[in-house]
Structures are given as structure tokens and as C-alpha cells.
Design a binder for this molecule. Sequence first.
Ligand SMILES: *Cc1c(COP(=O)(O)O)cnc(C)c1O
Length: 346
Amino acid sequence: MAIEIDLISDTATRPGKAMLAAMAAAPVGDEQLGEDPTVTALCERVADLLGMEAAVFLPSGTMCNQIAFLVHCRPGDEIVAAANSHVYGSEGAGAAALAGAQFRTVETSDGIFGGAAVEAAVRPRRDRAPRTSLVSVEQTTNRGGGAVWPVERLGDVAAAAERHGFAAHMDGARLLNAVVASGASAADQARGFSSAWIDLSKGLGCPVGAVLAGSQGFIMEAWRWKHRLGGAMRQAGVIAAAGLYALDHNVERLAEDHANARAMAERLAGVPGLGLFPERPQTNILFIDIVEEGPSAVVVAERLRSEGVRLGVEGDRRLRAVTHLDVGRDQVIRAAEALIRAVAAG
Ligand SMILES: *Cc1c(COP(=O)(O)O)cnc(C)c1O
């Protein structure tokens, strides 16, 4: 059966008619030569939004993280990050494979930590110790259940990095979800960070793209890596136009996705055999845990598929639902009801 309600990720969005029209109408040029006016406009806009000097357009969020690591770290360096972070577990060990850096992980359930955890993770300055050169945070935390870092904690982490003379990086795949959920501006959240990026292909609904921001010097170095890795493009205004469209039209509405995730959690609350993480979603991510006596996550996901609903399988007993602009309130409630039936079937 065709998937009608796709909650596998907020990457499941399709560009709508108005976005496609904006893409078709975009003025374009050679991006590698800095001649694509639409890409230039997008980069200036995101740099402003994040309170940074400059920005570079990249094909994906993963490339934003990897290029940031390549610029900030040298082989043998260490990056402090949450143990459940995307950079540690979901990017093919890119930090090790590309930048030659290893992680020092911080254990947290929601992916959020403070300056004290950074202090505790910093290595003593000894020849035999790895050099701590970066701390990386994820706003919002994906495997932390879409939790929003409070601005004070972000500032706390950035200050700890500064005290020790290393850089702070923000994986802002869903930073704008955090902006909408908390009311704190993206610039306030990124203050004190050397680099930060937003994904256009997640909740913003674009087919492709991400924008990495930082100082002029950082972005110059990032451009070198963009060329090396084959991320420099040509008439990329066609895809950058989707990003500009999304920043105009798809940011405020993220509040609907958050309300839909909460509605789904409310529908599932108290259902025997199910546990929720978090119990009340702050943003658009909800994990659903199935008790030991119940069917496995794979079995439940298969049953859901036969009803046209797709959830992510995150573990033997864990499913993930991510709300986005292509699913409405009725659909998330229908998904919750299908899930209740699938688990009750034993
Ligand atoms: C999706 C995601 C990424 C990677 O972004 P892509 O555009 O899919 O490469 C990085 N970090 C987090 C937290 C994400 O959710």
C-alpha cells in the first residue's frame, strides 16, 4: 500500500507548487564563481539570521558538519559532543574519516549538556593527550527527542569553549524549530559559536540544501573544502530559491508541526504497552517505545505500512515519528490510532 502519512522524518516533504514556481523563476549564474545572485541572497540572509559575518550554501547538513570539523580540527584532535548526537552516530564516522578527529562523548538523555560537562571533557594539556579543539551541539536534539537547548545553556557551552581557547559549533539542522518553539532568535542562540548552520531540507520543506555560517575567515576556509569535496555547484540558484521561499513562508508554520507532535503524544498518552519520549514534545519529534511483552518495532512498522502510515524504526522496541508540513492534524491522529491498533494486535 502506498504511504499516505509519512512520519519517517521531516525530510519527507515535497516541494509545493509555489516553491517550485519560485525555483523556476530564480535568476541564476555560476555559483562557483560567486555569480549566482539567488545563492548570494540566500547566504546573506542566513548569515544575518544567525548573526554571522558570512555563509556558504552546501548540498546537505552533513556536509556543513563535516566541513566545519575540517576547518576547526586537525588530525588527532578531539570533539566534545553528546553521545546521541547526529555527528557521532549518523554521519559515517565522518569526523574520523575526513578530519581525523575523534569524539569525546557526553552522556545525556535529551542531548543537552552544560559548560560543566565541557569542562569535564577537556583534556589536560599534555603531549600524550588528544587536543580538545571543538565542542559541537545540536539544536534541536534529534535523538534527544527534539529538545530545545535554552539560550543560557548554549551560552554556557560557548563560554566554556572560549575559556579553553577552542571553537564551538552548532549543528542547527532544526535550529528554526527551536526559534519558533522558544521565541529566542537564531542570532541569540548562535551567539558565541564559531559556526552554525540550518538545514533547508528538513522542516522548511525544501528538496535540497543547507547553509553554513561563520566568520569571513571561517567561510573562506569552508569554501576551499567545498571545492575539494565536490560541493561547489553551478546554477544552484534553482535550489537556493526554494530556501529563500521557505524562509519567507515556512518558518512560522513550524508551530503547527510542534502542535501536531503534541497532539499525537496526547492521543498516545496512557495507552497500555506504549511509552513516550518525550511525554510532551517541545518540537516535532516523538519517540514511541513498545514494552517488552508487545510486538517489536519492526513488526509494528510493518503493520502501519499496510495502513499507509510510515514511522521510523529506531531500535528493537523504539519507533520515531517526525511531524512536518506534509502531514496535518487529522493525519497524525489517524497515525496514532493505527499505532494503537498495531500494538494491541500483540
Ligand atoms: C538531518 C540531520 C543532519 C544531516 O542533515 P542532512 O541534510 O540530512 O545531511 C545533521 N544533524 C542533525 C541533527 C540532523 O537531524
